[in-house]
Design a protein around this ligand. Sequence first.
Ligand code: FES
Ligand code: FES
Length: 163
Amino acid sequence: MDKIRMKVNGEWAEFDLTIDFQSSDSLAYVLKEKMGLTGLKVACDEGACGACTIIKDGRAVLSCMLLAVEADGCEIQTIEGLATDDPVVKAFADQCEPGYGTAMQCGYCTPGFVMASKALLNEIPNPTDEQITEKLSGNLCRCGTYPAVRRAVLKAAALKTNQ
Ligand code: FES
Ligand code: FES
């Protein structure tokens, strides 16, 4: 394989092995450094925090734990690919307003939570508390915004239902 192609946020992109990336480079590296998609965060770079979560072929994945070559032919969605009126984006934005208990303090974990929540709601439109806990268990927030994140997910589910 001397090049890879992937559909990122609706547009096909092509990368040459050894010119654009090395075979050992992660998908996170290519998305951030080669495409400028800096919404995803590489915090731990070892699969422990969820800050680098993106959606690959409909499923939430840790982009630091995937090689770029593993994304060849795949459909990738990053937070930049979500519309501003996306129910998940809207719910998280609302949940960051004063008085609501914020789902975003430093914000470093937020893109990962948004993408994990997006994948969760695509799979389970009206999740239970237990399902939210399970599906977001790979995402860590050192600022402790977990209760507000849960409220944002429930709000996004309600918004989707009413769309
Ligand atoms: S940066 Fe990928 S899981 Fe932490
Ligand atoms: S808001 Fe700071 S790590 Fe989650």
